[in-house]
Design a protein around this ligand. Structure first.
Ligand code: PLP
Length: 370
């Protein structure tokens, strides 16, 4: 196990404010990925902090059999915000658990076992989600179940061929994140919807990275005009507090089977999620992400890079030499923190509240490094 360390001197982050992080020596960093999309409204947003403080002093925890106002409010809120008829919410503590639940629910509701997923997909590291995750390094030696069929991402015909009367679920990211920042081609999600409708399989969209406004709409599937049967969300939902959600259509929820988790819908992460959703809506951050994402992508396209891809503020930049070398230089020489997505792709996923000036600084830094 290793952390994500730059050079000999790891950067020890001590505090955060908006799009900035500060290390123990007082240096300021611009966060274009250090928070892994977990800070959509910026670091330590005062509304989220005060909601968490208030909830922590009122009640840290009570188990899910006892309804709490906070949990009920989050159920209602997510049901109202989710696409179309998705209105049944299961809460958990991470992205992989949200997908794990989605796969269990889909298997139970369809009474089928197999799942169709895509090459280069990332859905998490617990065994069920890992079975639908492509990278061999993550799977090696873990006796991962083999009931998932992988098809090329973006190839609608291959997907339709793979889905049949034995398929419980088709599991897709609307934009592959870890797999290199690859947006679904036009019509791909709609084709997946059709394949599921024809065979009775559940369409499960993993919006753990693309959700909550990142791509310019609250959910990336809305941009494609496609409504899944199950949508999973996590990462930024609690502004960094551990919370995920699996939002299901009635036909899935009505026959979801038995599932549970002690910490499901704990009061403090729920309070953080409600405050985060408030800020997202009040500051129209989805629209802002669409606008600023367009600006970021067009500025990046001016640089000598191989490719710029993405949607909104989920952006991949393919560089000629290794991504890690560029990331190290960005961090050490320019105080810009970003992520890799494969060997040659830099991944930018800043807080949605960034400004054009922040983008100019980031693009200038990358220009310097290139
Ligand atoms: C991060 C991520 C996950 C896993 O979430 P964890 O909270 O790390 O378990 C699943 N799917 C996608 C698309 C992700 O980006």
């Amino acid at each position: 196990m290793s952390g994500f360390v730059f050079g000999e001197k790891p950067i020890e982050i001590e505090s955060g404010d908006g799009v900035h992080l500060y290390d123990s020596g007082g240096s300021e960093y611009l966060d274009f990925g250090a928070s892994y999309a977990c800070a959509p409204v910026g670091h330590s947003h005062p509304d989220v902090v005060s909601a968490v403080e208030q909830q922590a002093s009122d009640l840290l925890f009570v188990q899910g059999s006892y309804p709490t106002e906070t949990r009920t409010a989050l159920y209602d809120r997510l049901a109202a915000l989710a696409p179309g008829a998705l209105s049944n919410v299961w809460l958990c503590n991470s992205g992989t658990e949200a997908n794990e639940a989605a796969l269990k629910f889909a298997r139970h509701a369809t009474d089928r076992e197999t799942v169709v997923a895509t090459k280069r997909a990332f859905h998490g590291r617990t065994l069920g989600s890992l079975a639908a995750t492509w990278k061999q390094k993550y799977r090696d030696g873990f006796a991962v179940p083999d009931n998932v069929e992988f098809v090329d991402y973006g190839d609608a015909d291959a997907l339709a061929d793979a889905v049949d009367e034995d398929t419980a679920a088709v599991l897709l990211e609307p934009v592959q994140g870890e797999g290199g920042v690859r947006p679904a081609p036009d019509g791909y999600l709609a084709a997946a919807r059709e394949a599921c409708d024809e065979t009775g399989a559940a369409l499960v969209l993993d919006e753990i990275q693309t959700g909550l406004g990142r791509t310019g709409a609250l959910w990336a599937c809305e941009r494609a005009g496609v409504e899944p049967d199950v949508l999973t969300v996590a990462k930024g939902l609690g502004s960094g507090l551990p919370i995920g959600a699996t939002v299901c259509a009635d036909w899935i929820a009505d026959d979801a089977g038995d599932h549970g988790s002690t910490f499901s819908g704990g009061p403090v992460p729920c309070a953080a999620a409600l405050a985060t959703l408030d800020v997202l809506e009040r500051e129209s951050l989805a629209t802002h992400a669409g606008d600023l994402g367009g600006y970021l992508q067009s500025e990046l396209s001016e640089l000598p890079v191989r490719d710029v891809r993405g949607a909104g503020l989920l952006v991949g930049v393919e560089v000629k030499r290794g991504a890690m070398r560029a990331l190290r230089a960005l961090a050490m020489d320019h105080q810009l923190l970003a992520l890799p997505a494969g060997r040659t792709t830099l991944r930018f996923l800043p807080p949605l509240s960034i400004t054009e000036a922040d983008i100019d600084r980031a693009v200038g830094a990358l220009e310097g490094v290139l």
